[in-house]
Design a protein around this ligand. Structure first.
Ligand code: FPP
Length: 247
């Protein structure tokens, strides 16, 4: 079957509205080749770009969240963190116009106050430049943790209660999500993690409550279009009952 037939067939089935990706295995990819870990991250950034182009170009999902740096990743050697943040800044600056022209809307979720000022301003420029786009909504989870996001909502609720703007009986799941930094981001339908690990690692905990998980054996730099198609085909074979029993 040709590549375009594969894509057409895929589009005949249900596609996930929101795909989340834990891009794991950059370090191992590099180490297996005797290369510095940074080279793995560089190739990882290329894999991210490839996925954005495919998902957006073929409209395979409406929302894509990429886990670029977790709150725990700050504990890595400073040189590696610097390299990762530098790569991201370079990626955003170099690709902004292309992303914008492709209809990508970019936003960042995470503790932005921990990020270097230059990166923050590049990210905020990209957010503003792309805010009216709607082909693909790309969420970059950067200095992000699912527990941090829930904690932010609790803080917000306490503040609102103190101000007399929120009563206990008003608090429901909708209100909690509305107070989270991920408010407005829909539930994850398909969560992909590469490199064979089978963990959520503090990613989008709240939004992944009913996500289908797909674990790709390949390290992130090797995750290409064919791998994404495999993940989507697997998703299409799943029965989703959202806890309500088999349909
Ligand atoms: C995990 O590999 C990967 C990361 C911690 C960072 C992923 C970030 C990028 C690919 C940067 C580009 C992002 C965008 C949105 C352009 P690892 O180092 O944990 O691999 P290992 O488990 O094999 O050591």
């Amino acid at each position: 079957m040709s590549w375009s037939d594969v894509l057409e067939q895929l589009k005949d089935g249900p596609l996930p509205h929101h795909v989340g990706v834990v891009m794991d295995g950059n370090g191992r990819w590099a180490e297996q080749r005797g290369l510095p870990r940074g080279e793995g991250h560089r190739r990882g950034a290329e894999a991210a770009e490839r996925l954005i182009r495919l998902a957006g170009g073929e409209k395979l999902c409406a929302h894509l969240t990429l886990f670029a740096l977790s709150t725990e990743n700050w504990d890595r050697p400073p040189s590696e963190v610097e390299l990762l943040l530098g790569l991201l800044e370079e990626f955003i600056s170099r690709k902004l116009e292309e992303l914008a022209d492709a209809g990508v809307r970019l936003d960042v979720i995470g503790q932005q106050d921990r990020l270097p000022l230059r990166l923050r301003s590049a990210l905020s420029k990209a957010e503003q430049r792309t805010q009216d786009n709607d082909t693909l909504h790309l969420h970059v989870a950067l200095s992000f943790g699912g527990r941090w996001a829930v904690t932010e909502a609790v803080r917000g609720a306490v503040r609102a209660a103190r101000a007399g703007e929120l009563r206990e009986e008003q608090v429901d799941e909708h209100v909690v999500h509305g107070l989270m930094p991920t408010a407005g981001i829909p539930d994850v339908d398909l969560l992909i993690r590469t490199a064979g690990e089978q963990r959520i690692s503090n990613f989008l905990l709240w939004e992944s409550a009913y996500a289908e998980f797909y674990f790709a054996p390949v390290p992130w730099p090797d995750f290409d279009g064919a791998e994404f198609v495999k993940a989507l085909e697997t998703y299409q074979g799943r029965q989703r009952s959202f806890g309500k029993g088999s349909l």
